[in-house]
Design a protein around this ligand. Structure first.
Ligand SMILES: *Cc1c(COP(=O)(O)O)cnc(C)c1O
Length: 406
């Protein structure tokens, strides 16, 4: 028996959805690998990856297989009971990282919420009520709950909702002197994205992360890495901290970890994990069997030398061609990022116009992203075929040619 489906169009969005998004004019209905088809049958190359989520593209057989198999077995039991996929995925994450313990949840914001609550709890338990300050970077993004917008360094997301969470300081990113000046014995945690994603695809400097680690140790503060966007293979390492050789105390992962199934995790050490004892924190769906079965398939495929080396090779293809386009049309001052998280910084003449590139690309049949108004962002599948990269970049170049000729 199938559920009756009434026909819907993009115009319905403006009637029935809360208007907090402004989606593109077409509705995607099907995806395969790095191609997507819309309602009219038009085919597009997908360089957006669902905002750095579809780490293995669309309808990857390993993910479809894992989800289908689990769908026929057990969907949900809540955390009153544990389940096999959650335990297997947690073991794999522990084996592959610095972490000893895993907390599962459903979104990046929730993983960060857990990370920030854990940091405050640890400081409270070990040092008392005065140590609760969190230092974060300007222009950072950590999610949209009240705690995470308060920690995120972007007033456009945190203003206008009444009092914010207090005890949060923002410092310029990649500025060790500013961090040193801000940190004190009242600091319970420093939180950084190893690559600022939403803030414009800006990688940290190695010395900055190393210096942050040392400052945290000197002040009994925890170092939290938000790897919601940079993690699960996107940088060419499983997590970007492994590229830098700087180990955090707490790491948040989401987006790519579920390959398109809503899923997130907070990773931490044995000693810190003990502060989240029974009842201190939780979420109904966290570690849901369907999500974890998919997560297991994701890490099995992604955490292999073939896929991770492929990310680095594909980065080079994107970078070379994008730099060429940037020079030829005078649109990009810099192509930056790591692995398959790439940002093209617009030249002064094109500043503020990233949305125009998004629209022009869509018209030529390629889905891209922006990271703020001044950066064009690419976050494709880690297993995107070379033919799709070439075809997508052809289309993107046509879009840039038309945009700059207009
Ligand atoms: C997307 C993102 C988040 C928020 O994740 P949600 O799943 O949207 O809650 C947090 N941190 C970073 C670095 C992100 O890129």
């Amino acid at each position: 028996m199938s559920v009756e489906q009434v026909p819907v169009q993009r115009a319905d969005f403006d009637q029935v959805m809360v208007p907090n998004y402004a989606p593109a004019a077409f509705i995607p209905v099907r995806g395969q690998g790095s191609r997507v088809w819309d309602q009219s049958g038009r085919e597009l190359v997908d360089f957006s990856g669902g905002i750095a989520v579809n780490v293995l593209g669309h309808a990857h057989p390993a993910l479809v297989g894992a989800l289908t198999e689990q769908a026929n077995k057990l969907w949900h039991v809540s955390n009153v009971f544990t389940n096999e996929p959650a335990l297997r995925l947690a073991k794999k994450l522990v084996d592959a990282t610095f972490a000893d313990r895993v907390f599962f949840c459903n979104s990046g914001a929730e993983a960060n919420e857990a990370a920030f609550k854990l940091a405050r709890r640890v400081a409270h338990d070990r040092f008392g009520t005065e140590k609760y300050e969190i230092i974060a970077a300007l222009n950072s993004f950590h999610g949209r709950t009240l705690f995470t917008v308060s920690v995120g360094g972007q007033p456009k997301y945190s203003d206008g909702f009444g009092p914010k969470i207090s005890g949060i300081t923002h410092v310029p990113y990649n500025d060790l002197a500013a961090l040193k000046a801000a940190i004190s014995d009242k600091t319970c945690a420093v939180v950084l994205e190893p690559i600022q994603g939403e803030g414009g695809v800006l990688p940290a400097e190695r010395e900055y992360l190393q210096g942050a680690r040392e400052l945290c140790d000197a002040h009994n503060a925890l170092l939290i890495f938000d790897e919601v966007q940079s993690g699960m293979g996107r940088s060419g390492h499983l997590f970007a901290y492994q590229h830098y050789g700087v180990t955090p105390d707490i790491l948040s992962s989401a987006k790519s970890i579920g390959g398109g199934f809503p899923m997130a995790a907070m990773l931490t050490t044995e000693a810190l994990a003990q502060h989240l004892s029974v009842g201190v924190h939780g979420t109904t769906y966290g570690g849901n069997p369907l999500a974890c079965a998919v997560g297991e398939a994701v890490i099995d495929v992604v955490n292999t030398p073939e896929v991770l080396k492929g990310v680095t090779a594909k980065h080079a293809l994107f970078k070379a061609r994008l730099e060429k386009i940037g020079q030829q049309y005078g649109v990009f001052s810099q192509v930056r990022g790591m692995g398959l998280l790439i940002g093209c910084v617009l030249t002064d003449a094109w500043k503020g116009k990233a949305k125009d590139f998004f629209n022009a690309a869509e018209h030529e049949g390629v889905m891209i992203l922006q990271a703020g108004p001044d950066v064009v962002r690419f976050a494709p599948s880690l297993v995107i075929e070379e033919a799709d990269i070439n075809e997508g970049l052809e289309r993107f170049e046509r879009a840039v040619a038309k945009l700059t000729a207009a």
